[in-house]
Design a protein around this ligand. Structure first.
Ligand SMILES: Nc1ncnc2c1ncn2[C@@H]1O[C@H](COP(=O)(O)OP(=O)(O)O)[C@@H](O)[C@H]1O
Ligand SMILES: Cc1ncc(C[n+]2csc(CCOP(=O)(O)OP(=O)(O)O)c2C)c(N)n1
Ligand SMILES: [Mg+2]
Length: 343
């Protein structure tokens, strides 16, 4: 017998559900939020001596996730992780998140659709709790198409004038990455070959479905004055290192054998594994520069740190990024990571 359709959720009921999820016992709290969901604006009070950092990123169905392949909890987790990773790259601590959500009307009329929304919020909420990031507001709208569209805004803070920028690396600084590379690309490629949704959960190791924003590492880099510059790896090392080099007016030399390849790339050929590590996006690891004389621990906040190369002053005839393959063999590494509008 067909089950009766559930009571459709309207805008106010949905906001009520979101508000309840994010104010429950055990929900993320932050002293900086003087007023959260429920009024025309939220009110934030950053810690004294700190300045505010703001970042925003879309999570769009069929661009950043597929409803038929990504578990809804992963979509929620990734939506927040994208913003938290930008804060991590600058050494900032999150104060609050704002979520703007456009949902197809259809989704709120079926039990399955309502469960999708509930699981999306649960995935978001679980990562928010881990990183003390309350949801302090947002916007809810009916999507004009049959597509789920989300935008996340993250507000963070850092001691005034101390945030890590892309532009402050020095000539002869060493380059480091956190964690491992290529795992997100390898997992996404495998996912795109499937015809049904993954059942993976955040408790397994899933670099694409559940990336871990490196907030603790970013905070140590800033607090202990270890890094001169940093960026997070969202579009891929080749593209994001190009940003860091261009912003700092430097060129880079990278040792391909030093790149820490994620274990998920082990099934690939050496060439495909390297391609995933260098051009695959969404690893959400940090790339940072530090003076060669600075002693950088092998692990920071339990995350392995690997030296992958060195920065140099620009020189006529030398490419912006040189990839060394051992012996005298080297090649130019051009930015070939993710770029919207290019395919
Ligand atoms: N539509 C836009 N309007 C204004 N600034 C934008 C827009 N899109 C991107 N930016 C800015 O351009 C810079 C680079 O953006 P992006 O590549 O998306 O950074 P990230 O990889 O850190 O998310 C950021 O400072 C971002 O705020
Ligand atoms: C369905 C699907 N196809 C392809 C991708 C791969 N992908 C989408 S966006 C992106 C790069 C990062 O996203 P972007 O919007 O550029 O984030 P930003 O650099 O602004 O943080 C990648 C690798 C994906 N996540 N999902
Ligand atoms: Mg962006």
């Amino acid at each position: 017998m067909a089950r009766s359709a559930p009571k459709p959720l309207g805008e106010l009921a949905l906001i009520e559900q979101i508000s309840r999820t994010f104010s429950s016992a055990g929900a993320a709290r932050n002293k900086a939020v003087a007023l959260g969901i429920g009024d025309d604006c939220a009110i934030l009070r950053p810690p004294p001596g700190h300045e505010i950092l703001v970042t925003t990123d879309f999570s769009l169905e069929n661009r950043h996730f597929r409803r038929d392949l990504h578990p809804p909890a992963s979509v929620g987790h990734r939506c927040l992780a994208r913003g938290l990773s930008d804060l991590a790259a600058m050494g900032a601590a999150p104060l609050a998140a704002f979520l703007s959500l456009a949902l197809p009307a259809k989704i709120l009329r079926t039990r399955r659709g309502q469960r999708w929304v509930q699981d999306f919020l649960a995935g978001f909420h679980s990562l928010a709790r881990q990183h003390n990031t309350p949801l302090a507001g947002g916007d809810t709208s009916e999507s004009p198409a049959d597509l789920i569209l989300a935008d996340i805004i993250l507000i963070g803070s850092a001691p005034r004038g101390r945030s890590l920028r892309r532009s402050d690396a020095h000539p002869d600084d060493a380059l480091y990455v956190t964690g491992s590379l290529g795992g997100a690309h390898a997992e996404l490629s495998a996912l795109l070959k499937r015809t049904h949704r993954s059942r993976s959960t955040a408790s397994d190791s899933h670099p694409h479905l559940y990336p871990q924003p490196r907030l603790a590492v970013g905070s140590v880099l800033l607090r202990r004055h270890l890094a001169t510059a940093a960026i997070d790896l969202s579009d891929g090392l080749s593209t994001d290192l190009t940003h860091l080099c261009e912003s700092s007016g430097l060129r880079a030399e990278i040792d391909s054998s030093a790149l820490p390849l994620h274990s998920l790339t082990a099934k690939l050929s050496r060439q495909d594994a390297l391609h995933a590590a260098v051009h695959g996006g969404e690893d959400y690891e940090l790339l940072f520069a530090a003076p060669t004389a600075m002693r950088i621990p092998r692990k920071i906040a339990d995350v392995p740190i690997t030296r992958i190369g060195t920065l140099h002053p620009p020189r006529a005839g030398k490419p912006l990024i040189t990839l060394h393959h051992g012996g005298d063999i080297s090649s130019e590494l051009k930015p070939a990571g993710w770029q919207h509008f290019s395919s």
